[in-house]
Design a protein around this ligand. Structure first.
Ligand code: AMP
Ligand code: MG
Length: 340
């Protein structure tokens, strides 16, 4: 194994939990040298795991090559290879893991399996300087409010059924909306919502610290069929209702933990209305709203590379025979030796 000083050490991270295949390179000091991403866009319908995995296998070598050329490092300079070990879609995770194992074995460097949700939090902290935030992570596959407590990131609230991004995407498809110029469905809904004025009553479901979105989605699908309301008003009402639910839970986590920073991450974090709502509750609790650059809120390899650095430099390695993917790996299962 190679033994190098932090100044000339690099971790290459591979992200492949769902529709994105991405490779990032981070120095051991947290300088991101490359973050290359290729997204699988289904011709129609939602993400088909095997089709997405096929996309990842097809683009893997090009994305890797681009990451090397952008970072200006050579394969032999890589000290550690990290990969998203879970949670995510099986075929997609396995493709990334296979690439990571092959690369680590070929280069004879350690392999580190990283929890995807934790990687989102860690890159958010790196990019905003947040030390100990409450994080709202909202994406196509996840809706989680978390914060650090006693050696681990804990889940303070989550969705009991579908993820927020998934709710927006399914609604958009049911409404017959189109992703012009590769715009995510969530952003298409956001544009229409900005033109909505009438708040239509919809199921608001917060249960304890958790939320449920499937009833809301069913209600919206039924309203679409009745054609009584303008699509703009439906989008507006969807956003106001669903975003209020996640904001309520985030606010309660903030009040309970008394933390002084709030991170908003995941693909849905791009939404301006959601940003405003989260910013407002942060201000009410004298907490700093930490805005993460958009390149690092979506699924990306840089977050996996940086979390690989944190884990590896604190003694975490994943032997090849323990590097099987974990489809439902919860973030509170992971010990976090790098946070005090
Ligand atoms: P991720 O799972 O992190 O890759 O994020 C993808 C999810 O983010 C999808 O559900 C998108 O529809 C959603 N998304 C992207 N942009 C926006 C936006 N501006 N508003 C709401 N959701 C968005
Ligand atoms: Mg994605």
């Amino acid at each position: 194994m190679k033994d190098k000083k932090a100044s000339d050490s690099y971790c290459l991270g591979i992200e492949s939990t769902a529709d994105d295949f991405s490779v990032g390179v981070s120095t051991f000091k947290g300088r991101i040298l490359a973050n290359i991403r290729s997204q699988y866009v289904p011709v129609e319908g939602g993400i088909h795991p095997r089709e997405a995995a096929r996309h990842h296998a097809e683009v893997a070598s090009n994305v890797l090559e681009e990451a090397f050329s952008k970072s200006k490092i050579k394969p032999k300079n890589v000290s550690v290879v990290s990969f998203s070990q879970g949670p995510g879609l099986g075929p997609c995770l396995r493709t990334g893991a296979t690439v990571a194992r092959a690369l680590a074995s070929y280069l004879n460097v350690p392999l580190v399996g990283v929890n995807h949700c934790i990687a989102h939090v860690e890159i958010g902290k790196l990019k905003t300087g947040a030390k100990d935030p409450v994080t709202l992570y909202v994406s196509g596959g996840n809706t989680i409010v978390s914060a650090f407590d006693s050696g681990r990131y804990r889940v303070f609230g989550e969705t009991l059924d579908i993820a927020l991004g998934n709710c927006l995407d399914v609604f958009a498809r049911e409404a017959g909306l189109h992703q012009t110029e590769g715009k995510p469905f969530g952003a298409v809904v956001e544009d229409l919502a900005a033109k909505g004025k009438n708040l239509i009553p919809l199921p608001y479901s917060v249960k304890g610290m958790d939320i449920s979105l499937s009833g809301l989605l069913t209600a919206l699908t039924n309203l679409l069929k009745r054609r009584e309301y303008k699509l703009e008003d439906l989008c507006y009402s969807l956003q106001e209702t669903a975003f209020s639910m996640v904001t309520e839970v985030t606010e309660r986590a903030l009040a309970h933990t008394e933390k002084k920073e709030v991170l908003l991450t995941g693909g849905v974090a791009a939404n301006k209305r959601l940003q405003l709502m989260i910013k407002a509750i942060a201000e009410e609790h004298d907490a700093r709203f930490c805005a993460i650059p958009s390149e690092f809120v979506v699924d990306n390899g840089a977050m996996v590379a940086w979390t690989g650095v944190l884990a590896y430099t604190h003694g975490v390695v994943t032997p090849i025979d323990k590097s099987f993917v974990k489809l439902r790996w919860r973030l509170e299962e992971v010990e976090i030796p790098w946070v005090e």
